[in-house]
Design a protein around this ligand. Structure first.
Ligand SMILES: [Zn+2]
Length: 160
């Protein structure tokens, strides 16, 4: 794990407010829509090897926002206007619909492939049973062991 580094931003805010008794020190965050969240700093190392606070990466702020933004259910982030929120939610809906359609298409194609395989197997089985005399070969192989005791019984009876 990467070494913990105190950034000026975190130092200015402090590790926790007074009143935190025991446990990890908490930090006060502000969401762009004005909610206040008190929680521990969530450090993680990003792909570039930098230590970041995941809470800030998801859009939370360390100071109360001067201008509030609107929370968006489409992306779990914030937008400036309701129009932007609507556009984002619509885009998410279209994306999900597209994914569903693609899944449906793939499912249908898969079924066709499965049916083709089954039809081939059925045709092969039919050829074995009905054609080329294979059916008879199979049958005599199956009947042979049962015929042996019957023959021996017949021999025994004829021998009397
Ligand atoms: Zn959005």
């Amino acid at each position: 794990m990467a070494k913990f580094k105190v950034t000026p931003q975190i130092e200015a805010t402090g590790y926790g407010l007074s009143g935190d008794i025991g446990g990890l020190p908490k930090t006060t965050y502000y969401t762009p829509d004005g909610r206040v969240i008190r929680t521990i700093v969530n450090f993680h190392t990003n792909t570039a090897g930098q230590v970041r606070d995941a809470n800030l990466d998801k859009g939370w702020l360390l100071s109360r926002p001067a201008v509030l933004k609107l929370f968006c259910k489409g992306c779990d982030r914030w937008h400036d206007t309701t129009l932007e929120v609507k556009a984002c939610v619509d885009r998410q809906k279209r994306f999900i619909q597209g994914m569903n359609r693609q899944a449906e298409r793939e499912r249908k194609t898969e079924d066709k492939e499965r049916i083709a395989v089954l039809e081939k197997q059925i045709a092969e089985l039919r050829a074995k049973v009905e054609g080329n005399g294979h059916g008879q070969v199979l049958q005599s192989e199956v009947n042979e062991p049962t015929q042996v005791p019957r023959l021996s019984r017949a021999k025994r009876q004829s021998g009397r």
